[in-house]
Design a protein around this ligand. Structure first.
Ligand code: ADP
Ligand code: GLC
Length: 481
């Protein structure tokens, strides 16, 4: 049996701020259980809902020297769908009402987490063959596995993989600070290791020292070798190109299933969506206070409201976008600038725009099910899960051709009768507007064609099956057969 440990900063169903949590929580279930024992380790945040925290079982604890003090490290466990999740407990570090907040404190917190995670393995007696790290929060782990944790027998042959979910966030501060938090010697703070542009960089450490690097789509794997998407690390990505591969994300096909979804008013499937899907549209319109109208073209957005998601394109053409023959519903939180922009348009065009500025799993499902189209004009998108959810629910995605959006949405071709959505290439508000207008035209004027796009969208398979195999191959290759 091959043993793999996922270490990450979030995982569904316990704690989620974005797609990282969906991946870390849903992928481990999809490995071949006969050959792979995959477990997950995340911090035990105080903001994890009580219902989960109270059901965790305490396993053990120890004290670890960190920043000149002896610190408590508790280990708890919860088994969910046959997968063991471990939680690293330290109330001082993991309190607060969200997992991240203050940049500086987060660096200290996740440096602590990386050291605590590895130190806890001998204590719980789980010796993974591969430690699979995710994003900058776990970037120090591959470094430690080549350094201070290498001495003993226990860690000697442990391999590491790092998956880049978003290259924009790297865990950067001045060298002195990162050196203090990580406890690594001077040797590591050179431009070929953890130093980048004279600062200390935790993700860079992970990328330099991991045995393999993956990112969450093939297109993003290519894009990050170029300056525009490389976030300053494109040179490193080119240098490590031989160890980098893109494996596209999937989604949990049980949690996101229009035929069984408990959050939506009317279950439906690929055979009966023509009749049944509209009931979800009406329910959604009533739910958010838009005029109930089966015929009106209803576009949805579910997103973190940040620059990454292309919201300045939307802002640039909002008046043109919100024409009389369209309704727009937005669910999201993030930058105040965008939150207020959508609130303003909700006020200005109250019968066409609905801004729901909060987090709600339930409403997100109602939007995936109830809308006609889903808008995601991202500036960059490592993979994107929302468009996969939209496809699954037959809600036609309108996307920019970047990263995973390019790999998962096939543009509609009216001559060949192919495609699962609409897309545009350049980061340009009017190109986006043209795509929305084209989609609207097909919706109103070519209804049969529109329904065929839905047919093709719902027939796609973005479950984890294929991608889980690719991770398995990677683990096999790293461990040796
Ligand atoms: P990212 O990870 O960059 O935020 P993804 O598309 O990969 O983008 O994943 C976003 C995930 O977060 C999806 O599951 C989406 O439904 C969910 N999500 C984003 N904002 C909200 C919100 N306000 N309420 C509920 N779910 C949300
Ligand atoms: C990141 C990316 C998103 C990706 C998700 C899960 O948050 O922004 O594109 O789908 O990670 O890999």
């Amino acid at each position: 049996m091959k043993k793999v440990l996922f270490v990450a900063s979030e995982a569904v169903p316990f704690i989620k701020t974005g797609g990282l949590a969906d991946v870390v929580g849903s992928l481990p279930k999809c490995f071949d259980k006969e050959y792979f024992d995959v477990r997950v380790m995340i911090p035990k945040y105080m903001c994890i809902k009580e219902k989960w925290r109270y059901e965790m079982t305490y396993i053990n604890h120890f004290y670890m020297d960190y920043l000149g003090q002896s610190r408590y490290v508790g280990i708890l466990q919860y088994v969910q769908d046959g997968i063991t999740f471990y939680f690293i407990d330290n109330e001082a570090y993991f309190s607060g009402d969200k997992p991240y907040g203050d940049w500086f404190y987060d660096l200290e917190k996740f440096s602590f987490f990386c050291q605590a995670a590895l130190s806890s393995l001998p204590v719980i007696g789980f010796q993974p063959d591969v430690v699979h790290c995710h994003d900058w929060q776990t970037g120090l782990i591959p470094v430690y596995l080549k350094d201070r944790f290498r001495g003993g027998e226990f860690f000697r042959n442990m391999k590491s993989v790092i998956t880049i979910h978003n290259l924009k966030f790297q865990g950067v501060w001045d060298v002195k600070t990162i050196q203090r938090f990580s406890g690594l010697p001077d040797y590591y703070f050179a431009p070929d290791k953890l130093e980048a542009y004279k600062d200390g960089n935790m993700l860079k450490g992970g990328i330099v020292f991991a045995d393999a690097i993956t990112t969450v789509s093939q297109t993003y794997a290519e894009e990050i070798k170029m300056p525009f998407y490389g976030e300053g690390l494109d040179g490193l990505m080119r240098a490590r190109a031989g160890s980098l591969r893109g494996i596209v994300n999937g989604i949990d096909y049980d949690d996101f299933n229009p035929a069984t979804d408990r959050f939506i008013a009317q279950p439906y499937n690929i055979k009966n969506f023509r009749k049944e899907k509209a009931k979800n549209k009406r329910d959604l319109q009533e739910h958010v206070g838009l005029p109930a109208d089966d015929k009106k073209f209803l576009v949805g957005i579910v997103s973190r409201l940040t620059d990454q998601k292309g919201l300045d394109l939307i802002q640039g053409v909002m008046d043109e976008l919100c024409s009389e023959d369209m309704q727009l519903i937005v669910l999201g939180t993030g930058d105040e600038r965008y939150e207020n922009m959508f609130r303003h348009y909700d006020w200005k065009y109250h019968d066409r725009v609905s801004a729901q500025i909060y987090y709600s799993e339930e409403l997100s499902h109602k939007i995936y099910a109830g809308c006609d189209a889903f808008l995601m004009p991202s500036l960059f998108e490592p993979c994107g899960l929302s468009q996969l959810m939209a496809l699954r629910y037959g809600t036609v995605p309108i996307v920019r051709e970047t990263g995973g959006l390019k790999d998962t949405v096939q543009p509609y071709n009216e001559y060949e009768g192919t495609g699962t959505g609409f897309s545009f290439a350049n980061y340009n508000a009017h190109e986006m507007l043209d795509s929305v207008r084209y989609a609207k035209f097909v919706y109103y004027e070519r209804k049969r064609e529109w329904n065929k796009i839905i047919d093709r969208a719902m027939a796609q398979d973005f479950s984890w099956q294929t991608s889980a195999m690719k991770y398995q191959e990677l683990y096999d290759w790293l461990i040796g057969y």
